[in-house]
Design a protein around this ligand. Structure first.
Ligand SMILES: Nc1nc(=O)c2c([nH]1)NC[C@@H]1CN(c3ccc(C(=O)N[C@@H](CCC(=O)O)C(=O)O)cc3)C=[N+]21
Length: 285
């Protein structure tokens, strides 16, 4: 079975679209996502455009703030602060990576945790760690939704292996899988004999950034494989961290690249922004 994230994302978006249409009919304020893009990295520009398109497709308001490559740390933090203080803004996303002279973590720390729809602020990371409510990073949240979509909700007794330990994906995903009762192992670039570990995985999530690294002898028969990798090959095409053609006959389910996790990431960004909107509206009564 192939888990198409683009199709799942489309069904999530239909629901959100209907919800926003209701808000419109009731003349309510609409949810608004601000995306901050620094410089002119073509890949970042293309990601930002896909986020704008996604907002538009469900009727969510969106605003992209494009800033010069050579902006200072202070100026960028000031822009973030303005968005924090703007009551019409529900979500703030600072497109990563930032130019090298800027301190990424310091910028993220400036985003109000209540508007941090990327789930990267330490308050949200800590909330996930300690089972409190907060924003869950979009890619891990998308992966969990994909597992749920094939009936994997309670993961009791299952071995889950996460390839990669980034703050953005590997670490939060390991926590989310544990919360669903999976037995979780994280493997990374310094792990010895990775293959022995991955071949015991009932659920294998690859988020390591190495094109086609996962081959069929890494994978258990009947495993579920989710491919978070987005690698651009020399011919311009995208490929994942999993060698799809090599692995696909051996597995119960696998997500492709493209049309897999990527579209779910954008979809969960919309979901988090809508959640932020509802939190805010509730508070303002
Ligand atoms: N603050 C921040 N938050 C992010 O969530 C974030 C970021 N910075 N920086 C860059 C990465 C990357 N990312 C992707 C989102 C969608 C697709 C996506 O939809 N991909 C399509 C294909 C797109 C294509 O063909 O180029 C797919 O996989 O089918 C990919 C990658 C979000 N990121």
């Amino acid at each position: 079975m192939i888990i198409y994230g683009n199709e799942l994302a489309a069904s999530f978006k239909e629901k959100m679209k209907a919800e926003i249409e209701t808000l419109k009919k009731e003349n309510k304020r609409l949810p608004l996502l601000t995306v901050i893009l620094v410089g002119n990295n073509p890949a970042s520009q293309s990601y930002v455009r896909s986020k704008e398109k996604a907002c538009l497709s469900i009727g969510m308001e969106n605003k992209t703030i494009v800033l010069p490559e050579d902006i200072s740390q202070q100026e960028l933090e000031n822009v973030v602060q303005q968005q924090n203080e703007d009551d019409t803004v529900d979500g703030i996303l600072v497109q990563l990576p930032l130019p090298k002279h800027l301190n990424e973590q310091a910028v993220i720390d400036k985003i109000s945790p209540l508007k941090d729809v990327d789930g990267l602020h330490p308050v949200n990371a800590g909330a996930l760690l300690t089972n409190r409510s907060g924003f869950i990073p979009c890619t891990p949240k998308g992966v969990m939704a994909m597992l749920e979509s094939i009936g994997l909700d309670d993961l009791s007794g299952m071995n889950a292996v996460v390839l990669g330990r980034s703050n953005l994906v590997g670490k939060p995903l390991a926590l989310l899988l544990q919360n669903k009762n999976a037995t979780v192992t994280i493997v990374h670039s310094k792990t010895k004999d990775i293959k022995t570990i991955t071949s015991k995985a009932d659920i294998l999530v690859a988020a390591i950034g190495q094109p086609k690294m996962v081959k069929s002898d890494w994978v258990k028969d009947g495993a579920v494989v989710i491919d978070v990798g987005i690698n651009r090959m020399e011919n311009g095409k995208l490929c994942g961290d999993v060698d799809f053609d090599d692995v696909c006959d051996k597995v119960k389910a696998i997500s492709p690249v493209p049309k897999g996790v990527g579209p779910m990431t954008v979809c969960m960004l919309l979901e988090n922004t809508l959640e932020s909107y509802h939190n805010k509206e509730r508070k303002n009564g």
